[in-house]
Design a binder for this molecule. Structure first.
Ligand code: TXA
Ligand code: MG
Length: 354
């Protein structure tokens, strides 16, 4: 066990002393957790094989699950990829810095420890000033998965990182709550047609508005083993709370009635029940530990609150979580994808009788 120091960082007035100290840790092969606009990341020098290996150890992450390399200026991409397609230039112009990760053919500079043995590499430039300053001070190429223990919901607060990685990392930069709250969109540009491997804040429509036809990997919507997702990380039961979670689907009245019913039954058996509703519906529930995830009209708010709520349920030791489903036309599958994974694809139809 090592001591974990948490340093507060004000994004609008960054203490360069702290960033330099963090940069030295990274350059000497150590780990630093830091905020990005999506979720907190656990950083290491992506070009040092030993450093990347430390990430897998701290997170308890399977070593075949590749890491995203974070850069702070577009030019830097040249060193880590063998080819920069036109689509990458256009997407970077439109969305970097921002919550978009591109998969490109990797160069020899990138060790296989960072890419989980793959010949492609994931690259992203985050839209967070603390992150950008840290990447610069750390040598320019920072591998960073979400800073959670493998299998837990991604951290959206420094406190979440501390919970999971206390004693395993020397330094956590605390930049407060992240903005978006779910991980970046991943697009694979090594295929003939660009392919979304993980849905996120940057939607399919936004991407195709810039580069034309874009497809979505059918593997990400699939339940477990039917169809293998192309991003190795998408096959794991990610984002998961400790409790068994169920999504309840149907019309508003039916969903509330069904959840009330299920909650009564579970509580009679001595179970502690958590319910995820919305501002509009939270009042419909009679019992259980009811949490509002935000307004149904505000999908950004739903994304922002999701992981924090799942972690709060962990803390309050609920045994079962029943959640409503939400329409999210702007972000498309991004939120439903996380919710389905958190629930291990357990969906209950409220509209069916019985
Ligand atoms: O928003 C984010 O992307 C956050 C912040 C910290 O930047 N990072 C993040 O990293 O979510 P992580 O490691 O939790 O998720 C990376 C995903 C995994 O599903 C992994 O399998 C996939 O990216 N991935 C990485 N490199 C890949 C590659 N070469 N080919 C296909 N998938 C890849
Ligand atoms: Mg992750």
């Amino acid at each position: 066990m090592q001591t974990t120091v948490v340093r507060k960082i004000d994004e609008s007035n960054i203490d360069l002393q702290v960033i330099r100290q963090a940069g030295r840790i990274l350059q000497s092969g150590g780990l630093v957790a830091f905020p990005t606009e999506t979720v907190y990341g656990l950083g290491a020098d992506a070009l040092q094989a030993q450093a990347a290996a430390k990430i897998y150890q701290a997170k308890g992450r399977p070593s075949d699950n590749p890491l995203i390399i974070h850069i702070c200026c577009f030019e830097d991409i040249k060193k880590i990829v063998t080819h920069i397609p036109q689509a990458a230039v256009r997407l970077a112009d439109a969305f970097w810095p921002g919550p978009l990760t591109m998969i490109l053919p990797k160069s020899e500079a990138v060790p296989y420890e960072t890419t989980g043995g793959m010949d492609t590499v994931a690259v992203r430039m985050p839209a967070n000033r603390t992150a950008l300053a840290l990447i610069r001070e750390g040598g320019g190429y920072i591998a960073a998965p979400s800073a959670n223990t493998s299998g837990r919901p991604s951290p959206t607060l420094a406190e979440h990182v501390y919970e999971d990685l206390k004693g395993k990392v020397p330094l956590i930069l605390d930049g407060g709550a992240v903005g978006i709250g779910i991980e970046s969109t991943i697009i694979d540009l090594t295929e003939e047609a660009p392919l979304i491997l993980r849905p996120g804040y940057i939607s399919l429509d936004m991407l195709s508005g810039v580069i034309g036809e874009v497809h979505t990997d059918p593997g990400i919507a699939a339940d477990r083993q039917n169809c293998r997702p192309k991003a190795p990380g998408m096959k794991y039961r990610h984002y998961a709370p400790k409790a068994a979670m169920f999504l309840v689907e149907g019309t508003r009245e039916r969903v509330a009635a069904k959840i009330n019913d299920l909650t009564r039954t579970a509580m009679r058996k001595g179970k502690k029940v958590g319910i995820i509703g919305t501002e509009e519906t939270a009042g419909d529930y009679e019992q259980g530990y009811v949490v509002s995830i935000g307004s149904r009209q505000e999908e950004e708010e739903i994304a922002h609150n999701l992981y924090r709520i799942l972690r709060e349920f962990d803390e309050s030791d609920v045994d079962i979580i029943y959640s409503e489903c939400f329409e999210t036309p702007r972000m498309g599958q991004a939120i439903s994808n996380r919710m389905l994974k958190a629930a291990g694809h357990q969906v209950i139809e409220a509209d069916e009788s019985g």
